[in-house]
Ligand binder design. Structure first.
Ligand SMILES: Nc1ncnc2c1ncn2[C@@H]1O[C@H](COP(=O)(O)OP(=O)(O)O)[C@@H](O)[C@H]1O
Ligand SMILES: [Mg+2]
Length: 283
């Protein structure tokens, strides 16, 4: 389930005074099975880009390929309906994604729309609700009477209920407490391990370091970097030009190494770091 952008431009409200050129000559390959982070300033085009992956937006020019689907400016949305099952998108503001009277009906909506019998869809809803950390007492509650973080969980459950091969998440941990964020990221990681391709917009470089393997950097509608996490975090000056802080662990390793340590730059978690420091102290 590979994803390729070829020379994609996207213009909001073309030929009007409000026209805005949001994507410029985007060429991009996202490897199948990767956990890719999409980072960059607010307004750089991240949300616009990912809405092309399930054809919610069609390119103004160029083409997007998702597996066998080819998405161009002239495609009719109806032709692309099966793509919505393969590539699930959780919006930046998930409250816009919820609309049914009960949480159960909201999560069941996609599967039923794609032909799953009601009772089966209900069982899927209960299962995906549990996956996102909400028990079945939530099934019959209204999606409008829960907290922002819980709405986000319900929106994610609704997408998981479709069992998409590609999961696209726009700032999925916004509004979650640190423990909730961690649980959610672990869920995405386990979904990646089960073979899915995960694309996540994030501003948190600690998350990017710990969970992602690839990173795409956007700036003013263009792709500026598409590389491994290790490569990106070596580029200290470039990142500071984008006002992106290094992950805490990476900054700490840099500090220690400038004082004579020889720690490996691709250490990603505290436990490994502590062991490595211990190892050098005992040498
Ligand atoms: N519906 C829209 N109409 C016009 N301009 C838009 C619309 N949505 C986003 N934009 C503009 O496109 C640019 C990229 O937006 P977006 O993709 O949301 O960026 P990001 O997700 O990186 O913050 C921004 O300058 C934004 O103001
Ligand atoms: Mg956005």
């Amino acid at each position: 389930m590979s994803i390729t952008f070829k020379n994609v431009d996207f213009i909001y409200s073309p030929d009007t005074p409000f026209s805005y050129h949001a994507l410029k000559g985007v060429d991009l390959d996202i490897p199948e099975g990767s956990f890719t982070a999409l980072i960059g300033h607010t307004g750089s085009g991240k949300s616009t880009l990912i809405q092309h992956i399930n054809a919610l937006l069609l390119p103004s020019s160029g083409e997007v390929r998702v597996d066998d689907f080819i998405i161009t400016a002239t495609d009719k949305p109806s032709v692309l309906k099966p793509l919505r099952q393969k590539a699930g998108l959780v919006f930046q503001f998930p409250e816009y994604q919820l609309f049914e009277e009960t949480i159960a009906r909201d999560i069941m909506f996609g599967p039923v729309n794609f032909g799953m019998p009601e009772d089966e869809a209900r069982a899927v809803a209960a299962k995906t609700l549990e996956m996102v950390g909400l028990n079945d007492t939530y099934m019959e509650r209204s999606p409008f009477e829960i907290s922002g973080g819980q709405k986000r969980r319900v929106a994610i459950a609704g997408i998981l209920a479709m069992d998409p091969d590609i999961l696209v998440l726009d700032e999925p941990t916004a509004g979650l407490d640190p423990q909730g964020a961690k649980e959610m990221l672990r869920l995405f990681k386990s979904l990646q391990k089960s073979g899915k391709t995960i694309i996540m917009v994030s501003h948190d470089m600690n998350q990017v370091l710990e969970y992602c393997d690839h990173v795409v950097v956007m700036n003013k509608g263009r792709i500026e970097r598409n590389c491994s996490i290790d490569e990106l975090f070596k580029e200290k000056d470039y990142l500071s030009s984008l006002s992106i802080d290094l992950p805490v662990i990476t900054a700490f390793i840099n500090d220690l190494n400038s004082q004579g340590f020889h720690l490996d730059h691709d250490i990603k978690d505290i436990e490994t770091l502590v062991k490595a420091i211990g190892g050098e102290l005992h040498e």
